[in-house]
Design a protein around this ligand. Structure first.
Ligand code: VTB
Length: 333
């Protein structure tokens, strides 16, 4: 007798969408990669946006962009609130960063990625494109080891204690910005090491979940809110802790946030507040980086991509290498 294993229809579709979102980030990455090193951030970003939007609109979803290229009046494409997909299939929220690290791509420096996350409609935080304070660690720690409101040195001490190592064995990843001078000094005052990145804090947060390979224990600092929600989606899949707060330091920003449903401007968001249910996350390398290899253009038109795709229901992480042939032929269908 054959055993029949049934998968609920919603989950079946979501499993299928796991591969579909790989197509989306792959195409965005390839389009951006053609403009690597051309010094034109806008152009590279636009290429990634166009490709991502085209692919999203082929998906069997009724999708809403909740984290995108900007608010409606400032972004013609993939703006917050834009509907994507074939308008059939599940209602989903989508967070996109078609080119995370536009500067990295324009300068052909390591770490540019194309990334997106998808979840049931109404479950992703709708955040305006403002700054966000962030702190994140990987899985395996008790809850409340980190505290966004504690000082950076205090967080390092707490983490070292939880890990059972001296503070000098901790490495914190921080975006290199003048605004982080105090954080960097406070971290170093404990004897901990600081690893600086010029851009790309989605990958930066993800690195905390793989300390053995990346050497990164903790992420701290202020970056973009869109990148914060995307990173939270990744950690929802692979485990870890994150605390974030939108920086709403003007009435104008508070109003924009209010329009998106943010009632408490000082709220500290955990992963479950930013991603309230199960989600999918994908990222494809544009330039080579410590998370992913960049797009390779081989001879005879062969294009290679590397993508990480994660699914929170099972916590599965797949690294998918793509070999694309005839990408031009299929890209406008
Ligand atoms: C970060 C980083 C991004 O923006 O979120 C950063 O992850 C924050 O903004 O790659 P500032 O550059 O204004 O400091 C990016 O660098 C993308 O613009």
């Amino acid at each position: 007798m054959s055993t029949h294993i049934s998968v609920p229809p919603q989950q079946l579709l979501e499993r299928i969408l796991t591969l579909e979102i790989v197509r989306v980030t792959e195409r965005a990455a390839v389009s951006a990669a053609r403009l690597r090193g051309h010094g034109n951030e806008k152009q590279a970003d636009q290429a990634a946006v166009d490709a991502m939007r085209r692919e999203l609109n082929k998906m069997p979803i009724t999708g809403t962009i909740v984290i995108g290229e900007g608010e409606r009046d400032e972004a013609p494409m993939l703006y917050i609130g834009e509907k994507v997909g074939i308008n059939a299939g599940p209602d989903v929220d989508i967070a996109v960063d078609p080119l995370e690290g536009t500067t990295l791509c324009a300068k052909n420096m390591p770490g540019a990625i194309a990334t997106m996350a998808m979840a049931d409609g109404g479950t992703l935080l709708h955040a305006p494109d403002v700054y966000m304070q962030k702190i994140a660690i990987g899985p395996g720690y008790d809850r409340n080891v980190i505290d966004l409101d504690a000082s950076p040195d205090e967080n390092i001490r707490r983490l070292a204690k939880a890990k059972g190592v001296p503070t000098s064995a901790i490495t914190a990843l921080v975006l290199e910005r003048p605004r982080h001078a105090d954080i960097i000094a406070a971290i170093r005052s404990t004897g901990a090491a600081v690893r600086l990145i010029t851009d790309g804090d989605v990958a930066g947060v993800i690195h905390t979940a793989d300390t053995e390979n990346t050497g990164v224990d903790i992420y701290m600092g202020t970056g973009g809110a869109p990148e914060g929600v995307l990173a939270a989606a990744a950690l929802r899949c692979i485990g870890g802790q994150m605390q974030c707060r939108l920086i709403l330091d003007t009435e104008e920003k508070r109003e924009r946030a209010r329009k998106m449903g943010v009632t408490d401007p000082k709220m500290i968001y955990g992963i479950e507040d930013m991603v309230k249910g199960d989600c999918l996350f994908a990222a494809t390398g544009v330039t080579d980086g410590s998370l992913l290899s960049g797009v390779k253009f081989r001879k005879d038109g062969l294009i290679e991509t590397e993508t990480v795709v994660m699914r929170s229901v099972t916590g599965t992480v797949r690294i998918i290498k793509g070999e694309h042939r005839q990408i031009e032929k299929f890209h406008l269908d």
